[in-house]
Design a protein around this ligand. Structure first.
Ligand SMILES: [Zn+2]
Length: 393
């Protein structure tokens, strides 16, 4: 018997190879045994042996017979029972905590938001704990609150050891052991991660990463975020949470950012900078939605700023693809509508900065909406704790 990887108090005790099989079925399912065996480098006999406890515990379901094109004979596809476990993901911003309840596939089943009354760590943790209770269903008078396997938290800042927040500028925090404090208060396993890294983790298992082992995630909103997965692994370093993709030079004619860089990624792509440029020219305060509306109807000042931003976005995507050697770039964040509106300009700029013989760059979009961030946090919890409680249900 190999080393047990999970909590000995949990119901289903999986060995490390069994856990690997379960995770592969979760990420790639519905999947045939032949495909799974190939992905994991296992013989059919080993796969049958390792999959048995999962089928017995009804964590994995076997579908009806289908014709598997790769082997040319009928096979049964394997799939994880998504409602075998539930997780909560919460994004902590400077003003709110935004949460989702998800199943094992990080599908959001419910969402809720609470306002933060204070940035004091104790007050934030109290609000997060209240949000967990809301999402479990207790607040709605549900007599059977959901059993939660784990909680994931994401935050704009640096995080080490999935618990310690080193620096979170939006909250004014330094060295807050958020994960341990929340775990103590709720009795639940807690994982904390930088918000963009969490988004990369969610894409790796439940989005673009299912097809592309190498990809980058680029977010635009209040700021600019950048993260990357290589060979099927999220790249995370002590500096990942510093937002180092935020000041990449993109346009020597562009406006300056607060740090004084002319035409850096924040100056060209962050929503406040785009709004400020158009507001200055038109002499009135405009929010991002209004700027986009003006761009849609071809108002010249707004259109000029948005086209320059779209070209800068394309240039950034090409630079990422060229330097990080990824052919898939996933766009997310609240500012992503710029891409939808001026897609042609973005792609022109990508092509202009890319060797014509290089592979085509695929641009994918994360569904807009506030819960994309909370769902990222849930994915981190799923990756850390999936299948540790299944048989208890
Ligand atoms: Zn800058």
């Amino acid at each position: 018997m190999t080393k047990q990887e999970i909590d000995p108090e949990a119901g289903l005790r999986l060995s490390a190879p069994e856990l690997e099989v379960a995770r592969a079925i979760l990420v790639h399912g519905p999947v045939s045994r032949a495909d799974l065996a190939q992905r994991l480098g296992l013989s059919p006999a080993s796969l049958t042996r390792l999959g048995k406890p999962l089928l017995d515990a009804r964590v994995v379901l076997e579908h009806d017979l289908v014709l598997d094109g790769s082997v040319g004979r009928p096979t049964r596809l394997l799939e994880i029972r998504a409602d075998a476990e539930f997780f909560i993901g919460i994004k902590i911003t400077g003003t709110q905590v935004q949460g989702v309840l998800t199943d094992l596939r990080a599908t959001a089943l419910d969402s809720a938001v609470l306002e933060l009354a204070s940035h004091e760590p104790a007050a934030v943790i109290k609000t997060v704990a209240e949000l967990i209770e809301v999402l479990r269903g207790r607040e709605n008078g549900d007599t059977h609150p959901k059993v939660i396997s784990a909680v994931g938290l994401s935050i704009g800042g640096t995080v080490t050891g999935h618990s310690l927040v080193g620096r979170a500028p939006f909250l004014g925090w330094r060295q807050v052991d958020l994960g341990s404090l929340l775990a103590e208060r709720t009795g639940l396993p807690v994982s904390v991660e930088n918000d963009v890294t969490a988004l990369v983790a969610a894409e790796l298992w439940f989005g673009s990463g299912r097809e592309a082992p190498n990809f980058a995630v680029l977010t635009t909103g209040a700021g600019v975020g950048y993260g990357i997965a290589v060979h099927g692994k999220v790249i995370s370093t002590p500096d990942s949470g510093l937002g180092l993709g935020g000041h990449f030079p993109l346009d020597p004619q562009g406006p300056p950012c607060e740090a004084g860089h002319r035409g850096c990624s924040t100056a060209m792509l962050a929503m406040p900078s785009i709004c400020a440029q158009v507001s200055t020219v038109l002499g009135r305060e405009l929010d991002y939605g209004q700027v986009l509306d003006l761009g849609r109807v071809g108002e010249p000042a707004a259109t000029a700023v948005l086209l320059a931003s779209a070209a800068a976005l394309g240039r950034f995507i090409a630079a990422i693809a060229n330097l990080a050697m990824v052919n898939t770039v996933v766009l997310g964040g609240e500012g992503i509508e710029l891409y939808s509106l001026f897609k042609d300009r973005v792609h022109e700029a990508v092509v202009a900065d890319r060797d014509p013989e290089a592979g085509q760059v695929t641009v994918n979009i994360i569904d807009p909406g506030f819960d994309q961030w909370a769902r990222g946090a849930a994915a981190v919890a799923i990756q850390g704790y999936a299948f540790s409680r299944s048989a208890a249900l």
